[in-house]
Design a protein around this ligand. Sequence first.
Ligand code: MN
Length: 208
Amino acid sequence: MVYKLPSLSYSYSALEPFFDKETMEIHYTKHHQNYVNNTNLIIDKINLKNISINELLSMIDVIPLSTLQRNFLRNNAGGHANHSFFWKILKKNTQPNDIIKEAIIKSFGSFKKFQKNFENIAINFFGSGWIWLIKKNSILSIVTTKNQYNPLMGKNVNGFFGYPIIALDLWEHAYYLKYQNQRSLYIKAFWNVLNWDAVQNLFLKSEL
Ligand code: MN
């Protein structure tokens, strides 16, 4: 299988003014494309075929590779998976419904507490990485991963495993053009473009 950029179900300007058109276009056509190209390069070398990107994430530790190749694959396959996930959970003007609200309140005490925790952890995260809401054993938790690591890569890589429900890209390339050094504004803007319908589907779909 050759990995491809997934098609977007909206235009680059669809998330304006929160996520700007220029950032969306560069992020998708340059950054994401680069992760796809690099993943294909190494997949071709080791002759791995017909493996979904999420399956690939869970096997990176057991594929025979040099440490250098393994890190390269982990970051690029992770980059492809993370961005593919991210684009799907973005949409303006959606609201959390009762199912997801109740699950969040059960795990965090209140919806406000969840948002505050998420914002604080995202603002204080050092360097490049991602913040996630993950589900495991019906419990929701907020976690971060460095580089392009993904919660599905598991304990050996991240110290935890979980099914992604929400993701926010914390790399500067995700916000620098519009927000420069003000990561907090980007994080607050995120609530306006988070697709709660998609989040709820992910919550219901992941069995654990
Ligand atoms: Mn990115």
